[in-house]
Ligand binder design. Structure first.
Ligand code: HEM
Length: 452
């Protein structure tokens, strides 16, 4: 470990309060990325008064934080506290609670198990088109963000609870989860605000968390009493806990379910929301995607078997995750003093890995601000630094739901594009708003014109 006079120790690129704050207030997501890009991927220290986190974007540094030295960068501290208030000791935590949840959940989210959920998911997503048909027939535009959130919520709730949850209960659960996800925005943005005082969103958050429990606990109790219904996650979780631990702690199952829901829904819904603006801005991408889907799906219902015959859709999704990674920062807290890229970092510091910045570094991406699905077409993508593309994180905490995402998102897109020609009725530059996922501040209003 180098000491104070060691010439190998470099200072971080520091952005002082008077410069950092005005830039960050207006458009924090874009500005944070600009700071990282200006520093050419070097460690940046943000001086935000009481809060002085380090911004990490160079793929080598990402690798160190998330993979090689991951035990020294934990999911604790001011960013994780608001999340863990609802997810408990679970897969979204750290330590023993996380390790046991990961061991139980990993087999549930393999590509094979996910494939077994795909047919059900295709049915649910197909069922959601009835509501869109209503808008299309009436010539009324849909609110893209709202509809994507609703479709993804219905799909995720069904994967978690299968036939145990009625449509009516699922519809009551969905807005409560949505409120929990959005009402922690203030705590994430002002992470040093003490919990002894109520901040905007707290009341709504606690109310929704309570309602979630009132719905979820009886479903878990019921699943414990009965034999498994097909392959829904709640039964699989109970069976796995029984097998590995000999007993089922209901609170633990609740924490796992709520965590999976939280990790799965907003991230996917927000990625899908950005897509409609991207397709408006890139009519050539839109046309090629429409053609590919029409050629494979035709006029019939979209089935999971179609997905492997839609390579361009996969390229568009990869590029979407690069330009609009919904998990825009991955926060960590250091356990012991350490060093990243020659910069000394003290124990207890906040470190923000920023996929949004990493994906925009010109040192690793040609024309980084351009949306170009072609960059995923050839072996260029294989030659890229492994940690230059991190929409799902990396290392031991890497996203468990990647396979599910690549089933669900293409099903939604193929359903919409095979039925309608979509027209954005209020095109405008979008401002990314930070929260648990990054969402556009402006509404996206889409008119859906039915295809013959
Ligand atoms: C666009 C969609 C998604 C994105 C961008 C995304 C992103 C991420 C990222 C960046 C992490 C790492 C967090 C960290 O290191 O602290 C993560 C973890 C996780 N994701 Fe996803 N995710 C997505 C969809 C899903 C889905 C559909 C599921 C459903 C099962 C899921 C379940 C999880 C879980 C359980 C973890 C925690 C893993 C662990 O810590 O061991 N995610 N996700």
């Amino acid at each position: 470990m180098p000491h104070a006079t060691d010439p190998s120790v470099t200072s971080p690129h520091v952005l002082p309060l008077h410069k950092a704050v005005p830039r960050l207030v207006k458009d924090p997501v874009t500005e944070l990325a600009r700071m990282g890009v200006e520093a050419r991927g070097k460690v940046v220290r943000l001086d935000l008064g009481p809060f002085r986190p380090y911004l990490i974007s160079h793929p080598d540094h990402v690798q160190q934080v998330l993979k090689t030295d991951w035990t020294n960068f934990v999911r604790e501290g001011m960013f994780w506290r608001p999340v863990q208030r609802v997810t408990g000791r679970s897969i979204l935590g750290e330590g023993d609670g996380w390790a046991s949840a990961r061991k139980i959940l990993q087999p549930l989210f393999t590509a094979r198990y996910t494939a077994s959920l795909a047919e059900d998911m295709a049915d649910i997503i197909h069922g959601c088109m009835a509501e869109l048909d209503g808008y299309a027939r009436a010539g009324r535009p849909i609110d893209g963000g709202h509809q994507m959130t609703s479709i993804v919520n219905q799909a995720v709730i069904k994967v978690l609870f299968g036939g145990r949850i009625s449509r009516e209960v699922a519809e009551r659960l969905q807005p409560e989860f949505a409120t929990c996800a959005t009402s922690i925005a203030f705590r994430l943005l002002v992470p040093f605000a003490p919990y002894s005082i109520k901040v905007p969103g707290d009341r709504a958050f606690l109310r929704s968390a309570k309602k979630i429990d009132e719905i979820v606990y009886p479903l878990i109790e019921q699943a414990r009493r009965e034999r498994p219904h097909s392959n829904e996650v709640v039964s699989a979780l109970i069976a796995a806990r029984l097998e590995q631990e000999g007993e089922v702690d209901l609170k633990q199952v609740r924490d796992d379910l709520v965590s999976i829901y939280g990790a799965a829904s907003e991230t996917t819904a927000m990625s899908l929301t950005w897509l409609w603006s991207v397709l408006h801005d890139h009519p050539e991408v839109n046309a090629r995607l429409q053609d590919e889907i029409a050629g494979v799906v035709g006029g019939g219902p979209v089935r999971p078997a179609h997905m492997e015959r839609l390579p361009y859709l996969r390229m568009v999704l990869q590029e979407l995750l690069r330009v609009h990674p919904s998990a825009w920062i991955i926060p960590r807290q250091t356990v012991a003093d350490t060093e990243i890229g020659g910069v000394r970092i003290k124990a207890g510091s906040q470190v923000l890995v920023s996929p949004y910045t990493t994906h925009r570094l010109p040192e690793f991406w040609e024309r980084p601000l351009e949306f170009d699905p072609e960059r995923w077409a050839d072996e260029r993508s294989a030659r890229r630094h492994r940690y230059a593309f991190i929409p799902f994180g990396a290392g031991p905490h890497v996203c468990l739901g990647q396979a599910l995402f690549y089933v669900e998102a293409p099903l939604v897109i193929a359903n919409v594009l095979s039925r309608y020609r979509q027209v954005l009725t209020n095109p405008q530059p979008l401002t990314p708003v930070p929260g648990a996922s990054v969402r556009p501040k402006e509404k996206l209003l889409l008119r859906l014109e039915p295809r013959r």
